[in-house]
Write a protein that binds this ligand. Structure first.
Ligand SMILES: *[C@@H]1O[C@H](CO)[C@@H](O)[C@H](O)[C@H]1NC(C)=O
Ligand SMILES: *[C@@H]1O[C@H](CO)[C@@H](O)[C@H](O)[C@H]1NC(C)=O
Ligand SMILES: *[C@@H]1O[C@H](CO)[C@@H](O)[C@H](O)[C@H]1NC(C)=O
Ligand SMILES: *[C@@H]1O[C@H](CO)[C@@H](O)[C@H](O)[C@H]1NC(C)=O
Ligand SMILES: [Mn+2]
Length: 382
């Protein structure tokens, strides 16, 4: 199997080249063919391996449900686990139970000394510390973490052949990996070390990506097999900006990551017409690829909404569907979405900066400049 994966490398260079000139990329990316790898071996049902995601609120819980359902639809043989922060409503939790094998509440405050210490020192890293909790899933030998804003387009069980810590390069800073999809080995020891690291060193980008990159700091250089190919981190925004590359490689896409501030659940859906509202169909690089956005909503409409309707019963909840009875409101929604975004303020919060970084809007001269990041790294190394 390993030999096949090598065919995909160097994707690291490829992602960079794609940004500059998609045509340069052609020779170095080959399609991934994993089917034959399974033919000889009996279909494994690896109950000690799991896909893991995280939901910190009801919106991300919807994302997690769509992701979980997309994994199920592609017949994963692995377990599905969702970690929940304290702000997910009870009915949502109930709905998650019908898709995931395990629904685990993460209360950072009572999850051990190291976690408490980390949180007390760095209250700003609450969500990060919640995410790091995935290392405590020691009932599993290996896991693949996936952000709740990702969508799986085909079976990706072959990721379990990779080792900790495997991830795809981040577009903003190619020596860093993107923490939206990564392979890891649960371990109490690693968890404790990560928390201690977090408490003492913080995060250079204010989130989990910074912590994980500082901790797994040999990722860029040590082992190229830990660099996941392009197709596992296909940004729904990037593919739209690089349509020529997308046309060529799009059929190999395995995971779509809805990067940036506006997520699929920020739109609304007209179920009767099968259309996503508030999304311009013109090829604007800042917009998501309409096919994937539609695919997300179709999966939501067919598999997730019925679960939510069941658990909520008569209680109101935000379905995301356009209300047929009030067309005026619908217009408002569209206008709302169409408004140009406000100009960036002088000082942006680290959360905003992280989101921009995720969206590929890097402030090269300001807060995210290499000097700044380097300074931060140097301070860790001291
Ligand atoms: C998943 O398995 C079912 C039942 O075996 C099969 O009908 C379906 O085609 C499979 N789906 C995919 C995407 O392979
Ligand atoms: C890991 O920690 C959990 C909870 O603290 C404990 O129950 C478990 O036995 C530990 N596992 C190992 C392998 O040390
Ligand atoms: C990861 O996602 C980003 C999204 O902006 C994309 O630009 C980048 O090319 C992806 N990385 C790889 C290795 O494909
Ligand atoms: C997306 O929707 C959520 C929940 O409705 C909201 O909190 C968030 O601010 C929205 N984001 C954007 C960019 O509109
Ligand atoms: Mn994400």
């Amino acid at each position: 199997m390993g030999r096949k994966m090598w065919g995909l490398i160097p994707v690291f260079d490829c992602s960079q080249l794609l940004l500059l000139c998609p045509s340069q990329c052609k020779p170095s990316v080959r399609s991934i063919t994993t089917t034959d790898a399974w033919v000889d071996s009996p279909q494994p049902t690896m109950s000690d391996q799991a896909f893991v995601t995280l939901a910190t609120n009801d919106n991300y819980a919807k994302g997690a449900m769509v992701l979980g359902q997309s994994l199920r639809n592609h017949n994963t043989t692995r377990k599905l686990v969702v970690l929940l922060g304290p702000h997910v409503a009870d009915p949502c939790r109930g709905a998650l139970h019908s898709i995931f094998d395990e629904v685990i509440m993460v209360n950072v405050m009572d999850s051990g000394d190291a976690a408490n210490l980390a949180l007390m020192k760095r209250p700003d890293l609450g969500v990060t510390i919640t995410k790091l909790h995935c290392w405590t899933l020691v009932q599993y030998s290996k896991c693949v973490f996936m952000d709740a804003d990702t969508l799986v387009l085909s079976n990706i069980d072959e990721l379990f052949e990779r080792e900790e810590l495997s991830a795809a390069p981040d577009p903003g800073w190619p020596d860093c990996f993107n923490s939206g999809v990564f392979v890891f080995r649960p371990s109490n020891e690693t968890h404790k070390q990560l928390l201690t690291f977090c408490a003492e060193k913080g995060s250079f980008d204010g989130g989990d990506q910074g912590v994980l990159n500082s901790y797994f700091n040999t990722w860029a250089t040590a082992d190229i097999s830990k660099h996941l190919p392009f197709i596992y981190n296909l940004s729904s925004i990037a593919i739209y900006s690089y349509l020529p590359a997308f046309k060529r490689y799009g059929h190999d896409a395995k995971v779509v990551h809805f990067l940036g501030k506006v997520k699929p659940w920020n739109y609304s859906y007209d179920a009767q017409r099968g259309e996503v509202r508030g999304h311009s169909a013109s090829p604007d690089p800042c917009h998501m690829h309409p096919d994937y956005l539609l695919q997300w909503w179709q999966l939501y409409a067919t598999s997730v909404l019925p679960l939510l309707q069941k658990v909520y019963g008569d209680a109101p909840f935000s379905s995301g569907f356009v209300d047929q009875s009030s067309p005026d409101k619908l217009h408002e929604d569209v206008r709302e979405q169409a408004k140009p975004s406000p100009p960036p303020s002088q000082r942006v919060s680290s959360e905003e900066r992280k989101q921009r970084w995720e969206a590929g809007q890097i402030d090269y001269l300001g807060d995210d400049s290499f000097t700044n990041i380097e300074q931060k790294l140097n301070s860790f190394l001291k």
